[in-house]
Design a protein around this ligand. Sequence first.
Ligand SMILES: Nc1ncnc2c1ncn2[C@@H]1O[C@H](COP(=O)(O)OP(=O)(O)OP(=O)(O)O)[C@@H](O)[C@H]1O
Ligand code: NI
Length: 363
Amino acid sequence: MRAGRHIAAVTDVSFELAPGECLALVGESGCGKSVLAGALLGLLPGNAELRGSARLRGGGDGSGGGSADAGGDVGGDGSGDVELIGADEHTLAASVRGRRVGLVPQSPAAHLTPVRTVRSQLEETVRELTGARRPASHDAAVAAAERAAFPADHLDRYPHELSGGLAQRAATALALVGDAPLLLADEPTTGLDRDLVDHTVDELRRHTGDGRALLLITHDLAAAERIADRVAVMYAGRIVEVADAEAFFGTPGPRHPYAHGLLNALPERAFAPIPGLPPELGNLPEGCAFAPRCPVVRATPSDACAVVPELADGTACHHPLTPERAEVPAPRLRTGAADGVPSAPGGSGASAGSSAPRGGGRR
Ligand SMILES: Nc1ncnc2c1ncn2[C@@H]1O[C@H](COP(=O)(O)OP(=O)(O)OP(=O)(O)O)[C@@H](O)[C@H]1O
Ligand code: NI
């Protein structure tokens, strides 16, 4: 709610995330990705209203994992199921954050304590989450830093002495300490160059190798292609497509015209931005929120789009693209490029798995 107005930042979102699986949540700036992550961890401002269910499943089967449903599912560590939506602050602070759900926050600077060095924050987190004391806590802190490619000779620096990229890596290291069954990484690669992006997402992916789950929120479709098993595309607060990553990035490709447009905007593909801008969430059009920008609607106007399409069979569209009809009328307008369109697709590990949980990483 802003200035007395209600904003439906996230609506009707439903997905499952299994142990060992990486789901990439992609979409333009402001579409509700961070609000969704914040809702799962009770990190939204006090005036936020939440409805629905996000169950974090207890593991207890020795797999070290569990699963999450929002309407999401999340991994457990031997403790029981937890309902995250509406959970009290004590439960979230004492048993969920860091222990069962690790968060790589979108604004690391805001999550690091300004008056303490990175080393002391890492060691404290190790002590808090594992009970380890020196020298074990010291070693665990150094190991966590290394996993996140945080340079050991910067461990005694304060957050204000770090570049944005290093602060990001410090925050990633903190999130990895608890070995939580679910990791939420909200734009974990902002400000990193390509090699470090690859290193960071590979490290996050490695985290799923032990039956843990990863929700990767990103603008970077190349990062998503590199490590995700499945992709969920958000637009204006709703998930408009959920697909197997291999099918999404390869053949037959995305089925929702928006998702198709996102991929087409990549320099390595058509380099054709989606014309127009996403709607303001406080001022959504009637019916399908993408219709005003939709090339299919422009070519073939349809009354069906006056109704919000439900997510069915992996896509929320009244006229999804089919393999036979994979070509949408190509927009040639160069104005209003999609904000937050990712940099480049794919490094090596570009193939993605099925939606079945994977036991190991994808490298
Ligand atoms: N505290 C808040 N009060 C009011 N509106 C908010 C608040 N937080 C987020 N919003 C609105 O909710 C919408 C979704 O924001 P969110 O941060 O989830 O987007 P995002 O998809 O994570 O974008 P980005 O890629 O830029 O991080 C935005 O339109 C934003 O303006
Ligand atoms: Ni965000």
